[in-house]
Structure formats: C-alpha cells, structure tokens
Unconditional design. Sequence first.
Lengths: 319, 125
Amino acid sequence: MKRIRFWGTRGSLPVSLTAAGVRQKLVAALRGASGRTFGSDGEIDDYLDGLGIEVSGTYGGHSPCVEIETGGADYVVCDLGSGLRPFGQAAIARHGPGSPQTYHIFVSHVHWDHIMGLPFFTPAYIPGNRVRFYGCHPWLESALRRQQDNPSFPVDFSYLRADIEFVQLEPGKRYDIAGMSVTAKLQRHAGDSYGYRFEGGGRAVVYTTDSEHKLTDPTETASIVEFFRDADVVIFDAMYSLAEATTVKADWGHSSNVVGVELCQLADVRHLCLFHHEPANDDEAISRVLAETKRLEEITRTREPMQVSAAYDGMEIEL
Amino acid sequence: MQFSSRQFADIVVATPIGRIDHSAASHLEQSLSPLVAQSAAGKTGVVLDFAGVDYISSVGLRVLMIAAKEMRGRGARIAVAALQPVVVEIFAISRFDRVLEVFPSVRDAVAEISTPALAAFDAAP
C-alpha cells in the first residue's frame, strides 16, 4: 500500500461551506496579514500554511469515501458516500473514459450517507470497467438497486453498464483482494456495520466507521484492539464527544475521539485519523477537536508517541 | 485503585485513589454502587474527591455518568471535586465537565449540596 486519499470525510449528511463561512475565513486571513508584505506566491503560501485549515481551507463536506492506493493497477475504495463522485471524475480524468479500469469497493454498511455517491459514479456507467462491491450484509445489492429505483432516482441501476459483481464477505475471514489481505469485522451500529483491515506491502490500514465502541465488555474491547493491532493508520469514527456518546447520543452507533485514542494506544497504532465528522461541526470546531485529541494523546501516552490527524476531503496519508 | 468513603451529615464523600483505567473502572463501579443507591434513596448526595486520581478512562467516566443518571433520576446529586490538572483536561476534552457537576475543592462541592454537611465537614478533624 502506498497512500490513503480521502474523498469524503463527513458523517451522516454532506455539508457545504456557506458564503458567510468563506467570508469569515477571508476576514481572519486578511486580519492576520495586516501590515505584512508578500514578495512572492511562495511567501503567500507560507503565510496561508501557517493559518491552519480552519482559516486557509476546509475539512470539506462529502460523505464517506476513502481510496487506498495499493501501488497496483486496480482502484480500492471504502464506501460510496458523496465523495465517490469526485473520485470517479478524477479516475476518468486520469485514464480517459475509454480505458477500462477495475474498482474494488468495500462497503461498511448501506446507510444513506455511505451509498449516496453511487448514482453519480460515472465509471460504473461505462462498459468495460469492472466494479466489485464487497460487503458482509446480504442486502448490499438490493440496497444499492433500491436506491436508484423510481421514484427516488431517475436513472435505474440497470443503466450501470460496467461489469458489476457483488461479493459477500464473511467477518473474521482473510481474503486476498487487489494484492492485499482484507479482513472484515462486525461493529456496533444500527443494522450492523463492518470495519475493514487492509494489509499489504508491510503496511496495515484499518477503516472503522459507524461503530460505537462502548468498551464496557473486556472481551469485545480486546477483540477490537487485536483488529487495530500495530496498524499504520486507523481511520476512526470520532463523530461525537465522549459525553454525547455516553448520554443523549448513546446507542446512535458512533464513537468519540477519546475512545479512539484509548483503543489506538492499547493497540500500538502509529496514526489515528479522526473521521466521519459531525455535520453540525464547522471547520473551527473540527480543528478544536483535533487539537484536543492531540493533547489527550500526549497527556495519556505511556509508550511511543502516536500521530493524530483529522481527515479532510483531499487529504493524503503516505504509507 | 483504592477506595474509601466518609459520611458528613447527609453527604458521602467518596475518595478513589490511583488510575481509573479500564481494569479499575469495574472496581469503581462496585465501590460506588451501594453509596449511590443509598444516597439516591435518601435524596441526598455523593461527592467524589478526585485529588488522588491521576487518570480516568472513558469506561471510568461512563461509570460516573451511570451513577449521575441514577442519582438525578431520584432527586439526588453527585459531584466531582479537586481534580488533578491532567484529569481536568480529560474532563474538558471528553466534555464531561458539561454533564457532571465539577468543583475546585471538596468543600466547595459539599457547600453547594448541603448546609448541614458543610457544617459537619468543617467540624471534622
């Protein structure tokens, strides 16, 4: 595995930066630049880089879609959120529409935010492409077909002219797919969700979203820790604060940054990546959660330091 | 983790000491449970003296939340006091400082909940 590329990082519902939000960022950037002069574009870039993403950029608003670049010819993607549309456009731009490609798509579950990008995934409409959907739910195919049924969408699933196949996986079993070893794990979420552990080229990546880790059952906790064990990166559902996940949003099927740090520390993970951001959180709020999570890792650390990041649309992690 | 408690009029001050990590959280739950049941029944209060707690995990915080729910549901109160700086940060990052009553000192917590208990607390050797 070479790198991870995030196309959609928001949970539950896509969001968009508003005009007021853009203006707020411009005001902050201009205020910070007051009295400064810039001799080159490079100096402007340096200035912007120092501002933080909450001012100079945005975490973005597409719902979950994460690409794992294996180093091979095939594409590997986790989830079909709205981020799948720009992923598909980028793949076509790279190869051209007439060059058949193979796409391996792993689906955590079929809640709307994780499948809504498929009707807009252009490569699936192009004959010659191969699209393989992997999941543990027996209703994966019917859910994707139903999404494009009348009256919900004007283009029926039958218009997807790529060579499409559904592959049902068994949790806990190792599969060799796209040159990687892949294992799925059942997670606590309404209707169940599944996390995926990918291993290849001496690297391990865990994609675990829409999963409520209560950590009250030691056996269950140990099994999650083993699933995460020594991973280079864990992409972790940190949608809520621990207080929310324990009180008003208990049993809503999501975890917190605090639990992410605890599990990844127990599993000796090298990089915790916060994911599935709450749509109500603006860029400033997500940056605050990230800063606090880094601090939590620091004050509770008992072994080697662990890197902590917050995923944003367009972010890449080199493996 | 060690645990002790002391009665001051209608308030119990409970004192855990050490790390409340995943393995110690069940000990906290077992130790706290009878105090919570007793205080909830009497509609009185429990103050947790955290001066000796140097770490609390998510499972430990969950134990506090379950206790708080039981207490509040029956018209009783629970408070946490005298947090060490690291634990203050854990409460803030987890947002538990927004869902539990937190006080700088045990005396402040006792004073907030019960005047008779404050008198007993101040009179104690």
